[in-house]
Ligand binder design. Structure first.
Ligand SMILES: Cc1ncc(C[n+]2csc(CCOP(=O)(O)OP(=O)(O)O)c2C)c(N)n1
Ligand SMILES: [Mg+2]
Length: 325
């Protein structure tokens, strides 16, 4: 069932969002630590600070709907029901990972739960998601697609081409731009002549919504409304979530390009902290329950890491599997 306004103050549902957001944060903090220790090579892009977008958006969809992610995709995957053990194993390059250890942090997929994949190419997921929506429309199916991308991706040519086509064909898709104010070290204000990505929706012939991306319920409501519209044949919506990544762009980024005062202001609006305060006000959460939830999350993260560490490496004979050209 879609979790819309009627369940807005349902404590059990809010507690579930809270736990999932905490789980995403702790999985990624642990992952970043392991990268920095040099236990695993490559890189990862944590969505720390942006958890409300992932959790709120997936809550606004039906479990049978599809999502397409980007390079900052662990949160989207976990929010859609991905198993942190297999996500961690993929990052460790192990055979039990979602891509058999060959994809790593930016290349995971699990079609069974509607996760059509993360993507290391900035903006690369947007045409893929648009194609999936076209496929659903041609098959007259009732599922829809939600596509996550960043402000940087919004300036890629493929983004305009794909979103324009979706507007023309009224495809069943919700475009979710996570505007975290930076594309690597490039500030939003230096890359856009406008103040909101959502303003572009008019040029694509679709509604543009601006939402507080650090408010899980606001994201859920905006995405649920857009998803209903898409499902009813009304076509796509561009939802812009205003948010901020607390971490650097990827591991080891000292964040020299942004003022510490700006970071502090956004930390005060931490989506987890805000939901925690709301739950406390509602008396749905107290210190003791919070400690229990956090302990449960820590346990799950420890188990995920142990699973990853103890899993086997991929077999050499499997090296060519999934290679098409
Ligand atoms: C086609 C392409 N160009 C450049 C890059 C390098 N790159 C990786 S992430 C990134 C910035 C993406 O910014 P944004 O879309 O705002 O997402 P965010 O990292 O802020 O979540 C860039 C330029 C890339 N991966 N692919
Ligand atoms: Mg960005």
């Amino acid at each position: 069932m879609q979790e819309t306004q009627s369940s807005a103050v349902d404590a059990e549902i809010l507690l579930r969002y809270y736990r999932t957001m905490l789980l995403i944060r702790r999985v990624e903090e642990r992952m970043e630590q392991v990268f920095l220790e040099g236990v695993i090579s490559g890189t990862c892009h944590p969505c720390t600070g942006q958890e409300a977008v992932a959790v709120g958006a997936c809550a606004g969809l039906l479990p049978t709907d599809y999502i397409v992610s980007n390079h900052r995709g662990h949160g989207h995957f976990i929010a859609k029901g991905g198993d942190p053990r297999r996500i961690m194993a993929e990052v460790f390059g192990k055979a039990t990972g979602y891509s058999g250890g060959r994809g790593g942090s930016q290349h995971m997929a699990h079609f069974k739960i509607g996760f059509l994949g993360s993507n290391g190419i900035t903006g690369g997921g947007i045409p893929i998601a648009t194609g999936a929506a076209l496929s659903l429309q041609l098959q007259k199916r009732s599922e829809i697609v939600a596509c996550f991308f960043g402000d940087g991706a919004a300036n890629q040519g493929a983004c305009h081409e794909a979103i324009n086509m979706a507007g023309v064909w009224k495809l069943p898709i919700v475009y979710i731009c996570e505007n975290n104010l930076y594309a690597m070290s490039t500030p939003f204000r230096e890359a856009f002549a406008i103040t909101d990505v959502a303003q572009r929706a008019a040029a694509y012939g679709m509604p543009g919504e601006i939402v507080d991306g650090n408010d899980v319920l606001a994201v859920r409501e905006a995405v649920a409304k857009a998803a209903e519209r898409a499902r009813a044949g009304g076509g796509p919506t561009l939802v812009e979530c205003k948010t901020y990544r607390f971490s650097g762009h990827s591991r080891g980024d000292p964040r020299e390009y942004r003022p510490r005062k700006e970071e502090e202001a956004w930390h005060a609006r931490c989506p987890i902290k805000r939901l925690r305060e709301k739950l406390m006000e509602m008396k749905a959460l107290n210190e003791e329950l919070d400690a229990r939830i956090r302990a449960g999350v820590e346990q799950e993260v420890r188990e995920a890491e142990a699973f990853a560490r103890n899993s086997a490496d991929p077999e050499m004979d499997d090296l060519g599997k999934g290679v098409f050209a």
